[in-house]
Design a protein around this ligand. Structure first.
Ligand SMILES: C[S@@+](CC[C@H](N)C(=O)[O-])C[C@H]1O[C@@H](n2cnc3c(N)ncnc32)[C@H](O)[C@@H]1O
Length: 243
């Protein structure tokens, strides 16, 4: 079981029994500890023990490549419309954070990662997030792999999503949904072209821009910081008899 040690300006993801050396002192995490309790470092700094949520896991799990950010995970899950008990096929796994987020909602996830080191990192993250029973991380390239069928949804977060989307009709149940994340508009267009050619229906692409707001004594307006574009989300449905 993972726990979060929180202060207003920082947090640490720990397990019972861990020993942590920080600039705020050494923290010995007891074997018996529960959310809601407090822990003190040997220098006297107090931490609140909380249950980590999915965004906390995003912040603290091992990174590799480009993990999907919590906002986009939320958008993907909203577009998929998945719920507890559904089965999702996810390519590629990366850090596993998208798979972990879906698993934490009760979804069963089968995910493919072609880079063996990244697959190992994802397995460790899946274990850290305590969803090993709900996430199967397969090594291998999903373009050529023999894939199971009967999935309610498919998620694609790879440079070759335009090729992989051609397999959606093979793996999805009728009515199933596929969502592809593309950092570049050319990729989103290629995914759209492939999805249409593969007889998927209701193919739509959304830009994912989010602006932070500044509220100060002068007034309120979007921050002058960078525009929060991360990628494009293309969603399509498999409706075999209606295409
Ligand atoms: C952008 S990352 C995915 C990030 C992931 N959604 C997350 O939340 O961490 C893309 C990953 O897909 C893997 N990948 C790319 N093409 C693949 C394929 N055809 N089959 C399996 N994995 C693939 C890459 O090795 C890379 O780790």
């Amino acid at each position: 079981m993972s726990l979060l040690l929180k202060r207003p300006d920082r947090s640490y993801l720990v397990r019972p029994g861990d020993r942590l050396e920080t600039d705020l002192g050494i923290i010995e995490v007891p074997d018996e500890i529960s959310p809601g309790e407090y822990l003190e470092s040997h220098l006297g700094t107090t931490f609140l023990v909380t249950k980590p949520n999915t965004t906390d896991f995003f912040e603290h799990l091992d990174r590799g490549g480009a993990p999907m950010i919590p906002r986009d995970i939320g958008l993907v899950i909203g577009l998929l419309g998945v719920q507890s008990g559904d089965r999702v096929i996810d390519v590629g796994t990366g850090t596993g954070i998208l798979a972990i987020a879906m698993a934490r909602l009760g979804v069963e996830v089968v995910t493919f990662e072609r880079d063996p080191d990244t697959a190992e990192l994802a397995r460790a993250n899946v274990a850290r997030a305590s969803v090993t029973d709900a996430v199967q991380v397969h090594d291998g390239d999903a373009v050529d792999a023999t894939l199971e069928t009967g999935f309610d949804a498919m998620t694609l977060d790879t440079g070759d999503a335009s090729t992989l989307v051609e397999r959606a009709s093979e793996v999805l149940v009728p009515g199933g949904v596929v969502v592809a994340y593309s950092p570049f508009i050319e990729q989103a267009r290629a995914v759209t072209t492939s999805a249409r050619a593969s007889k998927l229906t209701s193919v739509e692409t959304y830009d994912t821009v989010q602006r932070m707001m500044d509220f100060d004594e002068r007034g309120s307006r979007p921050t002058t910081g960078p525009v929060g574009h991360t990628g494009y989300l293309t969603v399509a449905r498999f409706l075999p008899t209606l295409a």
